[in-house]
Design a binder for this molecule. Structure first.
Ligand code: CMC
Length: 396
């Protein structure tokens, strides 16, 4: 005791050196490999962003084509995975299903399970990025009892996912380019976020030398929690609850509950450990939200109006101002996804799909670091000192 620094929640401990993502929480700035998220969201697509995160810079034309080819080569999953999936209840939460499916990949792809082998890691990375949309859409199709849709490689990453989600074998599915772009943007905005809880989980899990699929499954499990990736689902449920209470007219009443520390109610989609300013992803998401609602003729969507009203009040309220609480990425992403037709229960799985590349890039960075060791935090022991075991009859 006394030898180790006590830092619950890692408020002031840097766990690694990293060159991938930079966040300036006071300014509300987010850079992937030095490029501002605002520029990536407008000028690049998700696969460009994946390449950037994995290899350190944006691809040129040849590299882009080659990378797209490598990813699309791996979009199918082993047919046996269907039987594994069919073992779940139809009403299983998609995150429970996804944790199982991603972990199970290690049982199918034995040639990419050695985390210390760069070639294995490379192929595992491509496989995971390529297969996540297939797995998430399979989990969805299973939950609604529809046939699985095989991937179509001539479509974009987001377009293929939309078709696997919403298409059926009965008719041709037409990808709406506005929705396709919105979904692609959701993926870009969620692709990485430095040492958040799930990424730290992936690093810690991978540091034991486990296989890459197992490490990413650990990330999926961590992301599920409502304080992390589960916040988008929790946020939409919150908006629906307020709507049932009476909508915009009840916003003041709801805010009083949030400010009452005994209520245990939080304004979901608000606040962040690092951002003490507007989360730049939330700004882009709000823009996307408007575009999607307009495209779908939902510009009067009551939940969007409600979210705007909540945001306005919160940004002017002393409670939120004093604590520097601003909307985070999850505040508007649920409204966009709901408008697209993605069921609430699937929101966090979409987040996991997009974050997979960040997890892998961070895992690769850790393994390539010559200073990398198994992650093994220490503790300050505050329990009983040494004592002797009493016979059962003498125990109180
Ligand atoms: N509503 C009401 N009060 C809040 C909120 C909120 N959403 N967030 C923080 N606070 C208060 C909190 O009660 C505390 O007050 P006090 O200083 O009086 O005790 C203060 O603000 C600081 O909060 P904290 O919980 O100590 O901050 P943290 O850095 O440990 O937590 C957080 C960050 C994101 C977990 C938290 O803000 C939260 O629970 N937000 C709601 C859930 C959410 O939207 N999560 C998504 C995060 S972004 C996407 C992702 O990472 O997955």
């Amino acid at each position: 005791t006394g030898k180790f620094t006590y830092d619950p929640g890692f408020l002031s401990t840097a766990s690694c050196n990293s060159t991938i993502t930079y966040i300036d929480g006071d300014k509300g700035e987010l850079l992937y490999r030095g490029y501002p998220i605002e520029q990536l969201a407008v000028n690049c697509d998700f696969l460009d962003t994946c390449y950037l995160l994995l290899y350190g810079d944006l691809p040129n034309e040849g590299q882009r084509k080659d990378f797209h080819g490598r990813v699309t080569n791996h979009t199918m999953v082993n047919e046996q995975m269907q039987f594994f999936l069919r073992g779940f209840r139809r009403d299983a939460h998609p995150m429970a299903v996804l944790t199982g499916l991603v972990g199970a990949l290690s049982a199918f792809y034995h040639d990419s399970t050695d985390i210390n082998n760069a070639q294995h890691r490379e192929i595992a990375a491509i496989r995971l990025i390529a297969k996540m949309p297939t797995l998430v859409s399979m989990a969805y199709k299973y939950s609604v009892g529809q046939p699985f849709m095989y991937p179509r490689n001539e479509l974009s990453y987001a377009g293929n996912f939309m078709r696997m989600m919403f298409g059926t074998p009965c008719e041709d599915y037409k990808v709406n380019p506005v929705i396709e772009r919105a979904l692609d943007r959701i993926f870009i905005l969620h692709a990485d976020h430095e040492q958040n809880a799930s990424t730290s989980t992936v690093r810690l899990c991978g540091s034991s030398g486990t296989n890459p699929f197992a490490a990413i499954a650990a990330g999926v499990a961590c992301l599920w929690g409502p304080a992390h990736g589960g916040a988008n689902e929790a946020c939409l449920n919150m908006l629906e609850d307020i709507q049932k209470m009476g909508g915009v007219a009840k916003v003041g009443e709801f805010m009083n509950q949030v400010k009452d520390k005994n209520s245990g109610v939080r304004l979901m989609g608000f606040g962040h450990r690092v951002y003490k300013n507007y989360d730049p992803r939330a700004k882009l998401m709000q823009e996307t939200c408007k575009e999607v609602l307009l495209e779908l003729g939902l510009e009067n969507d009551p939940l969007f109006k409600l979210a705007m009203a909540l945001e306005k009040i919160a940004l002017e309220d002393d409670y939120f101002v004093a604590r520097k609480l601003y909307p985070n990425v999850d505040f508007y992403s649920g409204i966009v996804q709901r408008a697209i037709g993605i069921p609430v229960q699937l929101f966090t799985a979409i987040f996991a799909l997009a974050r997979t590349v960040g997890w892998i890039a961070q895992l690769n960075e850790m393994i390539a670091d010559p200073e990398y060791k198994i992650g093994r935090p220490r503790q300050l022991f505050v329990g009983s000192p040494r004592r002797d075991v009493k016979p059962l009859a003498e125990r109180g």
